[in-house]
Design a protein around this ligand. Structure first.
Ligand SMILES: [Zn+2]
Length: 318
């Protein structure tokens, strides 16, 4: 492991746990502690479970103190470990969006869909077989729901745009939003410039630009001091991120619509276009990260973004 710390302790009992998907600093989840209760917001993958249990031990928590497991949505970097994690947390309830619940109870379809996105080899190495969660341990999260953790109260916000099965958690105590993927991706390595670099993950298959713009406005209205991103960590530039995401979603849509004029749009060609767009934004921020490194850090994301945008284009034009 590099100099990157696996656990970062923030105030208000919040710990950021690196779930070590693909590389350190790519994906995390959050352990939130209040009184003698705890919650995980996002879970990482099945391979992340030992790291989450280690975080509990470091924080002096026992397995039966975990009250909630809260995947923000059912993409596997957020919820892939939920089933295996629930097996070792006897008192926990899984809180999941109504559109995601069936996929946690019977994960075969979710696994097949993710296999199609990642390919067999990459899928197996990163995610493995998903473990079903017994139905009686699943609680549906609806917009506006309040969830108690000790004396603390979370509020659930329905946040379509990245995925229709996505919610965000408003934590009034820390004035923070646990955003999953709804407030973009911002990697620590690429934040060396004059401004942090954030981009929208337009992962297949439910990207919805109009819904996402509305979601961003809704999230900004909370006047949060922090956003806790799954990719990656806590950021305080809330309004700047929101404005930048609006701009980039528009830019992505413009690129996609230009692509549509091509009779046979190639995902590889589109991913390269998005890569150059991102590198250009980094240059404008005076980032000193060399282009070959940005290519390594963003390559996988730009491929998924291109796939997701092409998928949207098909749905949009049919
Ligand atoms: Zn996602």
């Amino acid at each position: 492991m590099s100099q990157h710390a696996r656990l970062q302790h923030y105030d208000y009992g919040i710990t950021c746990v690196d779930t070590e998907l693909f590389r350190p600093g790519l994906a995390c989840c959050y352990l939130v502690q209040e009184g003698d209760e705890a919650a995980f917001i996002d879970t990482g993958t099945r391979n992340s479970v030992p790291l989450l249990l280690e975080a509990l031990a470091v924080n002096g928590l026992s397995l039966n103190q975990v009250r909630w497991v809260m995947p923000t949505h059912v993409h596997l970097d957020h919820a892939g470990g939920a089933g295996a994690l629930m097996q070792v947390l006897p008192e926990a309830q899984l809180l999941v969006h109504e559109r995601g619940a069936a996929h946690m109870i019977s994960p075969q379809k979710l696994q097949a869909g993710s296999l199609a996105v990642y390919g067999q080899a990459r899928y197996q190495a990163a995610f493995g077989d998903l473990v079903p969660v017994p139905e009686h341990r699943v609680k549906i999260a609806c917009d506006g729901d309040r969830v108690a953790l000790g004396s603390r109260e979370f509020q659930i916000i329905d946040t379509p745009g990245h995925a229709r099965h996505h919610y965000v958690v408003w934590d009034k105590l820390s004035r923070g939003l646990f955003c999953g993927d709804s407030f973009g991706v911002s990697y620590p390595e690429l934040n060396d410039g004059t401004q942090r670099f954030v981009f929208p993950p337009t992962t297949p298959v439910q990207f919805d630009p109009a819904a996402w713009h509305t979601t961003i406005e809704r999230l900004l209205a909370f006047d949060a001091q922090h956003v806790y991103l799954t990719h990656f960590g806590r950021h305080n530039e809330v309004r700047e991120f929101g404005e930048e995401l609006h701009r980039q979603i528009d830019a992505y849509v413009e690129y996609a619509e230009r692509m549509a004029k091509d009779s046979n749009p190639q995902p590889e060609k589109f991913a390269e276009l998005l890569m150059l767009h991102s590198q250009n934004l980094l240059k404008l921020r005076d980032s000193k990260v060399p282009p070959d490194v940005t290519r390594r850090l963003l390559g996988g994301d730009m491929e998924l973004n291109a796939q997701g945008l092409l998928h949207w284009l098909q749905r949009h034009s049919s």
